[in-house]
Design a protein around this ligand. Structure first.
Ligand SMILES: Nc1ncnc2c1ncn2[C@@H]1O[C@H](COP(=O)(O)OP(=O)(O)OP(=O)(O)O)[C@@H](O)[C@H]1O
Ligand SMILES: [Mg+2]
Length: 233
């Protein structure tokens, strides 16, 4: 029998911080499976640990207990180099503030992660142009981030996150610094692109309305995840 493996599987994920001599348990045992192509909204009040959880899944930080499997590989058993490689091959990131490289134009920002994986420049350019054009930025390829609006910058960040066809996109309030109308448009484009590419996504957001447009909603509360009832599978 063919069993489909989750793209990410978290078991008993824990993280605490020492603050002012006191230990704060932020994640107290988070379990989560995300299947290939599934788009999951991560809701939770400010300070509940959404960013902390995304950093863990993104293999960006240590200090966690529990297990994180990405594409069937147990991340904590890997060397730092192997973990970086796993991240580059399978994961894409979109942050609240775009983190684009200021000295490079829109196309170059989307080309860069592809070059790091060894894709030939011409192919990387073609992929960047197709992604940017699909997001309505066909006429902005040679603009630097400072020459783009906030919404345009976030679109470039979305294109960059998808450049290497990641199996999983991690997004931390990807439209959190945009006005409501722009946020809706960019998030809708982001979701359409992720769906079109067949990637899975874990999207931290404060916006319940936008969360409802995703395949599944999970809520982080008191350090554990709660599945929202009454959802479409
Ligand atoms: N490096 C750190 N050192 C100490 N405490 C930290 C650190 N990072 C996060 N925390 C604490 O962990 C808790 C969760 O933070 P986190 O940023 O994950 O929340 P969040 O759910 O993303 O909130 P927001 O919606 O405001 O972005 C907070 O109480 C925060 O103060
Ligand atoms: Mg956060």
């Amino acid at each position: 029998m063919n069993r489909v493996e989750p793209i990410v599987a978290l078991r008993g994920l824990k993280r605490s911080f020492i603050q002012g001599g006191e230990r704060i348990e932020v994640l107290r045992g988070v379990d989560l499976d995300i299947m290939p192509g599934e788009i999951v909204a991560l809701l939770g009040p400010s300070g509940s640990g959404k960013s902390t959880m995304l950093q863990a899944v993104g293999l960006l930080e240590g200090g966690f207990e529990g297990s994180i499997r990405i594409a069937g590989v147990c991340a904590e058993e890997l060397s730092a180099d192997a973990r970086t490689q796993l991240r580059r091959e399978h994961l894409g990131f979109v942050y609240q503030f775009h983190h684009l490289l200021p000295d490079f134009d829109a196309r170059e920002n989307v080309v860069m992660p592809q070059m790091i994986l060894g894709r030939p420049r011409a192919e990387a350019d073609a992929r960047a142009e197709a992604l940017l054009a699909g997001l309505g930025l066909g006429a902005r390829l040679t603009h630097r981030p400072s020459q783009l609006s906030g919404g345009e910058q976030q679109r470039v960040a979305v294109a960059r996150a998808l450049a290497n066809r990641p199996a999983l996109v991690l997004a931390d309030e990807p439209t959190g610094n945009l006005d409501e109308a722009t946020s809706d448009v960019v998030l809708a484009q982001f979701l359409a692109l992720v769906r079109g590419e067949g990637s899975a996504a874990l999207v931290a957001t404060h916006n319940e309305r936008l969360a409802a447009k995703m395949d599944r909603v999970v809520r982080l509360k008191d350090g554990v995840l709660h599945e929202q009832e009454g959802q479409m599978p």
